[in-house]
Design a protein around this ligand. Sequence first.
Ligand code: PLP
Length: 394
Amino acid sequence: MDNTKATEMLYKGKTTKGMDFNKPEAFPLFCTTSFTMKSLEEVREAYASKYTYVRTNNPDREALAEIITYLEGGEKSLIFSSGMGAITSTLMTFVSSGDHILCNSSIYGETFDVLKKLLPRFGVESTLVDFTSEEAIREAILPNTKIVYTEVMANPTMALTDISMLAKIAHEAGAMLIVDNTFTSPMSIQPLSLGADIVINSLTKFINGHSDAIAGSITSTEVIANKVQPISMLCGTPGDPFAAWMTIRGVQTIDLRLERQMSNAAALAKALEDNPHVLKVNHPSLESFPQHELATRLFESNDRMAGIMSFVLPEDMGKINAFMKRLKFAHYATTLGGIRTTLNHPVTSSHAHMPDEDRRRMGITPGMFRLSVGIENVDDLIADFYQALEVFEE
Ligand code: PLP
């Protein structure tokens, strides 16, 4: 059969005869750059309410956006090519030359670079302060502050931000609060319900959960999302259909995965705290966590706080290396949120650019690891860490 004929048949519906295309069990992948129209009436109709060109709109992106809107409890979501695509497009929508952004000093490294290296070139200045201090936030807010920006939980110290308190301060000053929920995910907290105006997710992490697709999202009111959409179009940041389709597949198991990841993390944090070779463990479920009281207000229970944690080992780099080699389940990877437990070493990766003195002030030492806990059997995980920690006895 020649190709032209096959295509013709498909378009006439002959190839698909007998199949119910209205209700496929799995959402289809619309891997097409555009949708065809036969007449000027159809063109008008498509532009008004249907699909036209992939950068403008696409069924996979829209289906995924509906799921994210439901999870975050908003009115409308947009899907981007990455978490960074979501962050840059949103900031570019709401700031102009002369405006100011107030941001948490513990922030994802590339968000920091956008605020400190990219936006100043367009006349937008940012101040970064420690958001665990209400006083520091109040002092740093300026008359031209348009955006207050934070993550719920800081990498890798797990320091929490009181979102309701921050929303109050931002709104009193006439600023908008944007919260990056990537580390926590909507399964542990919904920042919009605590007063945030926009919530951002790198879907690349917990929401897709399988470490095989890159995408980002924002969720907000219809009015706010509709302002970001045309800027995203111009910046070329809307997500591609395949990544959206992969993420639809991943997100459908989010409650099962996250329930397990969050409870595994709480159990592993407790077990590591009990191990004599571990100097410190940072996880909001632990009573030793400095903001444990805030954690109990922000989250539903100890088992529904976070799938991420960090811990500190003695600064013997040879033994740290041997410990990594002995781990059977946890692998080193520069991502998080997947179904397998992954670890990374902030001093040689995310915080490598920082002077040692500044890092130590934040509690980040060469002995620190960040863990993203997976869905493995928790007893196997604990046993694996315990056997690897035996290198500190040798
Ligand atoms: N926000 C946070 C908290 C992140 O950890 C990351 C990436 O690690 C991003 C945003 C950026 O996401 P992406 O890699 O999907 O662009």
